[in-house]
Design a protein around this ligand. Structure first.
Ligand SMILES: NC(=O)c1ccc[n+]([C@@H]2O[C@H](COP(=O)([O-])OP(=O)(O)OC[C@H]3O[C@@H](n4cnc5c(N)ncnc54)[C@H](O)[C@@H]3O)[C@@H](O)[C@H]2O)c1
Length: 316
């Protein structure tokens, strides 16, 4: 298997929200990146996403004109599968569907070189199960990025049952090489770490709204102005240490029984889902995104994330 320092050519499958954003990170740090997709219109969308992100970074003074144009010049696009033959490192960021991912990997791992490192950006599907379709699965690993990857530092690195330790190490080091903050996840749990934590919070947020204890926007405010600000700086265990384990023990002993332990997606989200209200991508979710509201929401999120990231971690 290739060493981290031998990795030069990255192929990212899926020129969507995640693929287009990841491509910019690798290109910015000198890798040659090819975005592969099955649909010509997706390639066009990917190019457009890269242009939008680069413009936002330039507007924010995050990159110089020359760095931005060098970054863009290192990204190429293709619809041809042959590209997998020359890849040193592959990131699959195609649709979140087990069968589609199995079909993809059966074919592309067959094309890839034996020494190439192969990764999937699945949000939480089993790495072990996906790896059943991978030729030489010891070089296959989960590499889970957070949207938008060109700004958010965390990368989860997840080995499956057949993943070699060496593979986990290379993927971890590749994440470090593009100034990300990798964390290794053990045991291939569904949802890895971030989504397990995220869904625990989302379940209780939906429960609060369902019970009528607060509105959707008030729950969002509690996170933004309280917990979220805290969690940008310290994690749950640091919070407990700073607040006192005795207090957290006492509160936990009466509060936990009152929290939701629902096994299904709660009704406030399920109802919107049934109505086709998918959020910014459909123009309506918990909030309304008519009249360019989606573009404004994405732009505001990226600007705010950049401010926080810059403030806490310095230059991206
Ligand atoms: N969007 C997020 O917030 C997020 C965060 C972390 C991880 N992920 C994961 O990343 C992956 C991609 O998510 P996304 O949001 O970028 O999706 P997306 O829908 O924006 O992009 C997916 C792209 O994959 C392409 N595609 C589909 N099948 C393909 C195939 N067989 N070969 C090549 N290209 C194919 C599509 O044409 C599309 O361009 C999913 O596994 C998702 O769960 C998403």
């Amino acid at each position: 298997m290739l060493k981290t320092s031998d990795i030069k050519k990255i192929v990212i499958a899926g020129a969507g929200i995640m693929g287009a954003s990841m491509a910019q990170i690798f290109a910015r740090f000198g890798y040659l990146v090819t975005l592969y997709d099955i649909a010509p219109e997706s390639v066009e969308k990917g190019k457009n996403l890269v242009a939008i992100n680069q413009r936002a970074l330039l507007d924010q003074g995050e990159v110089s004109e020359s760095l931005s144009s060098e970054t863009v010049s290192r990204i190429s696009y293709t619809l041809k599968k042959d590209i997998f033959r020359s890849a040193d490192f592959v990131i699959e960021a195609i649709v979140e569907n087990m069968q589609v991912k199995l079909d993809f990997w059966r074919e592309m791992s067959g094309l890839s070189r034996d020494d190439a490192v192969l990764t999937t950006n699945t949000s939480g599907l089993s790495i072990t199960e996906i790896s059943t379709a991978v030729r030489k699965p010891e070089r296959f690993c989960g590499m889970h990025w957070v949207n938008p990857p060109h700004i958010v530092p965390l990368v989860e690195v997840i080995g499956g049952e057949k993943t070699a330790e060496e593979t986990v190490k290379v993927v971890y080091d590749v994440a470090l090489s593009v100034h990300k903050h990798p964390v290794v996840v053990h045991g291939d749990p569904q949802g890895f770490l971030l989504n397990r934590l995220q869904y625990a919070v989302l379940r209780e947020a939906l429960h609060i709204v369902e019970k009528g204890y607060a509105s959707v926007s008030d729950v969002d405010d509690v996170m933004k102005y309280g917990l979220g600000m805290r969690y940008a700086c310290i994690g749950p265990f640091e919070t407990v240490d700073l607040g006192g384990l005795d207090t957290f023990f006492r509160v936990g002993s009466y509060l936990l029984a009152d929290l939701s332990d629902a096994k299904d997606v709660l009704e406030p989200l399920a109802k919107l889902y049934r109505e086709g209200a998918y959020g910014t991508k459909s123009g309506k979710g918990f909030y309304d995104y008519a009249n360019n509201g989606a573009e404004r929401a994405i732009e505001k999120r990226d600007k705010d994330f950049l401010k926080v990231a810059k403030c806490l971690y310095g230059d991206l």
